[in-house]
Design a protein around this ligand. Structure first.
Ligand code: NAD
Ligand code: 2VS
Length: 485
């Protein structure tokens, strides 16, 4: 049985207590993991601090970019290892990990290497009424030791989305991957060693959230900034933990995202896109559309076509190439999703398809699969329309006018992503800016350009990452004002 340990100051360090890393496809134990104690988190933060004062701190942006390209190559060299580790931890289909998670991890390092090389700085020529003149210019410095806490749904993708810009900016990091998916962050440590990343620049502490490595890290006085992706409530706890030392935070949190489908959409392309938007990664993507609003004229046709799509998913073993939907991440998460399925029925939903657990007659019956599920008929005030479920499920409701669609889409305390499906370009331009969300896609979903701002409003987060926005979070700007006259 494989044992996964924390990685501190360039060494794998076992913790005293162990916990199981479960494969959600059949409930088997994929690996054992040792938990980092408070002392080990202290050591990781100290190792990161030390690295900032060593050769890493002296390397310029070009030198760091070269290291980031090597990390990207290192991930690609071990492509199959990363895919297998991610599939074993998450149960996601091999095809998905191969086309999304692992390629994006390498892309994250390449893009931020490119961005740091071309990033400019601000400068102003200042003229005061009394005749004095000055040149103001800004320099970018690392923020220091960055604490990175990440979730289980896209483990390597979301971890590297933060590690890459943090390293590009010259920081040292201590990462706390989800206890559900510890493998790829650990494997990345080996890539870091091979790429010549100095000891202490990348540290991993394994464990849980409250009263464990997660809390020890975010409340640590030696951590200069915290970046977190996960549930909104966890974000609130982390914010409280960061308050005493006034750490800057960047939060990418939950969503209850709307899709708005107009009758003039390209119907087949919309069904294909919406099938991903609802069911990709078993609906466990923060950007997934759980609220789907469809213009009444095409409502029945849309529901029927999306239902056909739901039927077409192959809930196979994750390592089978044909598998298109895996299990949910854990028993606990499946219980949560199933409790929402029960609640939807109590709230008066019509179950169009799904709503339960599939049976297989093999080991997958001990895994955490659920059926792809579509509901209709709920009131807008229903909890299943308001709360994030995070499973392969959506509620579809009709609308009659553009104004009504915008109001329905925006009636949420979240605000991460929205999608609009229409062939009318003017309508797209009119409606898109009205969406109360950080990201609005038109005739597509989860189409990413890593230079663009990514983040949410309301309960969906604080701040934006991506391109220059990441550089601004992961660095301190020092403005220098020189009197010239
Ligand atoms: N907005 C985004 O970009 C985005 C991306 C992916 C997932 N998510 C959200 O993440 C959630 C699913 O992921 P999850 O269940 O792993 O989230 P989670 O909040 O339960 O856990 C995320 C991480 O936080 C740690 N943690 C938990 N409590 C903590 C505490 N008190 N202090 C420090 N660390 C703590 C966990 O151990 C884990 O590593 C969903 O709500 C989803 O919408 C958002
Ligand atoms: O589950 C959430 C997905 C987040 C995606 C990103 O952060 C990204 O594509 O950069």
């Amino acid at each position: 049985m494989k044992s996964l340990h924390s990685y501190i100051g360039g060494r794998f360090v076992p913790g005293k207590r162990g916990f199981a890393d479960i494969n959600p496809a059949d409930g088997s134990v994929a690996a054992t993991v040792t938990e980092a104690s408070a002392e080990m988190v202290d050591e990781a933060v100290a190792a990161a601090r030390k690295a900032l004062h060593g050769e890493w701190g002296k390397l310029g942006a070009r030198g760091r970019a070269t290291v980031l390209y090597k990390i990207a190559e290192g991930i690609e060299k071990r492509f199959d290892c990363f895919v297998q580790a991610e599939v074993a931890d998450t149960g996601k289909p091999l095809s998905l990990a191969s086309r999304l998670d692992v390629p994006r991890a390498a892309a994250n390092f390449r893009v931020f290497a490119d961005v740091i090389k071309i990033a400019g700085l601000e400068a102003f020529e200042t003229e005061l009424p009394d005749g004095r003149r000055a040149l103001n210019y800004t320099v970018r410095k690392p923020i220091g030791v960055v604490g990175i806490v990440t979730p289980w749904n896209l483990p390597l993708l979301l971890l590297t989305w933060k590690v890459a810009p943090a390293l590009a900016c010259g920081n040292a990091v201590v990462v706390k991957p989800s206890e559900e998916t510890p493998a790829t962050a650990t494997l990345l440590a080996e890539v870091m060693q091979e790429a010549g990343v100095p000891d202490g620049v990348y540290n991993v502490v394994h464990g849980f959230g409250p009263n464990s490595a997660g809390e020890f890290l975010v409340s640590h006085p030696g951590v200069n900034a915290v970046t977190f992706t996960g549930e909104s409530q966890t974000g609130a706890s982390i914010m409280r933990a960061c308050a005493p030392t006034v750490k800057p935070v960047s939060f990418e949190l939950g969503g209850k995202n709307a899709a708005v489908i107009f009758a003039d959409c390209d119907f087949d392309a919309t069904i294909a896109g919406m099938s991903d938007a609802v069911f990709l990664n078993t609906g466990q993507v923060c950007l997934c559309a759980e609220r789907v609003y469809v213009e009444r004229r095409i409502f029945d046709r849309f529901v029927a076509a999306l239902t056909e799509r739901a039927k077409s998913y192959d809930l196979g073993w994750p390592m089978e190439p044909a598998t298109s939907m895996g299990p949910l991440i854990s028993k606990v998460h499946r219980e949560k999703v199933l409790s929402y399925f029960d609640l939807a029925r109590e709230e008066g939903a019509t179950v169009v398809i799904g709503g339960g657990v599939p049976t297989f007659g093999d080991g997958r019956d001990s895994g955490f699969y659920v059926q792809p599920t579509i509901f209709t008929g709920l009131k807008e005030s229903a909890r299943c329309v308001k709360e994030e479920i995070f499973g392969p499920v959506c509620h579809v409701a009709p609308f009659d006018s553009e104004e009504e669609a915008v109001a329905l889409a925006n009636d949420t305390r979240y605000g991460l992503a929205a999608s609009i499906w229409t062939s009318d370009l003017q309508r797209a331009h009119r409606v898109a800016p009205q969406m109360n969300a950080g990201i609005t896609w038109v005739n597509c979903w989860f189409l990413r350009d890593l230079r663009t701002p990514f983040g949410g409003v309301g309960l969906s987060g604080i701040g934006r990452e991506g391109g220059m926005h990441s550089l601004n979070f992961y660095s301190e700007l020092n403005n220098i004002c020189i009197r010239t006259e």
